[in-house]
Design a protein around this ligand. Structure first.
Ligand SMILES: [Fe+2]
Length: 169
């Protein structure tokens, strides 16, 4: 698409958000499958279901704008996914290290998503877009922030602390 106005830029970035959410449905499944710790893996599973709903919510936003729900490639997400695969395939020699990497990768992805949704909401305010557009975006931003808090909590929680204990013991 050609971006000539702020509204075009908003739609362009909305398409990138849609790319991120739809790609993440598969990525989170892989993270769930490669995480050995059950509690951490359940967290990825929960977030995968939430992500499928976030993708669906974006379809409502496209509809409210009378736009087709297209996905525009987000290289930042692709880079994170590539880093993740490379670590698992070529570097990690231990389940604990993979679990630790997965939690850190989750934090990176959440920070990216939060930046994307904050940017969208900022433009939506400038463009005076209706509630049908801003409410779903706000709802998803709240969920992403809650997930980030959960992941950061896991970093200092007992599961990761035990894992650090094994890795430094
Ligand atoms: Fe998400």
């Amino acid at each position: 698409m050609t971006v000539e106005t702020l509204h075009d830029k908003f739609v362009y970035e909305l398409q990138q958000a849609y790319y991120i959410e739809t790609q993440l449905v598969d990525v989170l499944e892989e993270m769930d499958q490669t995480t050995a710790d059950e509690e951490l893996s359940n967290g990825f599973q929960r977030h995968q279901r939430e992500t499928a709903e976030q993708a669906r919510r974006l379809e409502d936003v496209f509809e409210a704008l009378d736009e087709r729900p297209d996905a525009w490639q987000c290289h930042a997400l692709d880079g994170l996914v590539e880093d993740h695969s490379e670590f698992l395939e070529d570097a990690a020699a231990d389940d604990d290290l993979i679990d630790l990497y997965n939690v850190g990768a989750g934090v990176k992805v959440e920070r990216l998503e939060i930046s994307v949704y904050e940017g969208l909401l900022n433009h939506a305010t400038e463009l005076e877009l209706p509630n049908e557009v801003t409410e779903p975006l706000d709802e998803t931003l709240d969920e992403e922030e809650a997930t980030l808090t959960e992941l950061e909590g896991a970093m200092s929680g007992s599961t990761i602390q035990q894992l650090f204990g094994r890795l430094t013991g």
